[in-house]
Design a protein around this ligand. Structure first.
Ligand code: SAM
Length: 209
């Protein structure tokens, strides 16, 4: 049900997304790229890739980077695909985080930016991401942080008025989810964006059991 709503919402906004969110996307994805430090040889999966803006940053830094972006919205993916028509190393696929169409241990790095609050089964999403990550691979998630007042208010309002929105987490809740999904956090940060908005990011690796 939530996934259908997310798809519908992003299919509708896709054509204006880059223009409307240009400043927010630039700030957040530049921040993510700085946290992530992805090596040029890494095989990267971007979950909830949207219009491929993070892929643009990766390929600008490393033109031969192998990246796959997945998203629920075909219209967002269509825009992403157009940006990379001449790059065979960057691909996009229509898929949910809950059913990634890849064999286990495929990727060195999985990133997800500004999408975790849409996942209606966060533990199942993390388990699926863990399945496709190599044992020494890195998961890098950036999302809104409910420790900040405006995010808290937005989360409450969106839960009432936006059926696509699922849940915005505090940093402690987010870390608890990662631990429950058997990830070990190696780097974590939370920061104010602009005057009032707040984001958090974590870099985590699968726990070696
Ligand atoms: C706010 S946009 C962020 C796009 C991009 N990561 C960025 O930061 O510019 C959230 C994206 O996550 C996608 N999404 C939400 N839930 C998803 C799910 N369960 N599986 C895959 N993609 C999902 C949406 O379709 C949307 O394109």
């Amino acid at each position: 049900m939530t996934e259908a709503k997310v798809r519908e919402q992003y299919d509708q906004v896709a054509s204006q997304y880059d223009w409307r969110w240009r400043s927010y996307t630039a700030q957040t994805l530049d921040f993510l790229q700085a946290c992530a430090k992805i090596s040029s040889s890494a095989n990267v999966l971007d979950v909830g890739c949207g219009t491929g803006e993070f892929e643009q940053r990766l390929v600008k830094e490393h033109p031969d980077q192998h990246v796959v972006g997945v998203d629920l919205s075909e219209n967002m993916l269509e825009i992403a695909q157009k940006k990379f028509s001449s790059h065979s190393n960057v691909q996009f696929q229509h898929a949910s985080v809950l059913a990634l169409p890849f064999p286990k241990q495929t990727f060195d790095v999985v990133v997800s930016a500004n999408a975790f609050h849409y996942f209606d089964q966060p533990l199942a999403a993390l388990a699926e991401v863990k399945r496709v990550l190599k044992p020494q691979g890195q998961l890098i998630i950036l999302d809104w942080c409910r420790d900040f007042l405006l995010c808290k208010v937005c989360d409450a309002v969106l839960k009432i008025f936006d059926s696509a929105h699922q849940q915005c987490y505090t940093q402690a809740e987010f870390h608890q989810l990662l631990a429950s999904a058997q990830f070990e956090i190696s780097q974590t940060t939370k920061d104010r964006f602009g005057l009032i908005w707040g984001l958090m990011a974590a870099v985590a690796t699968p726990k070696q059991l």
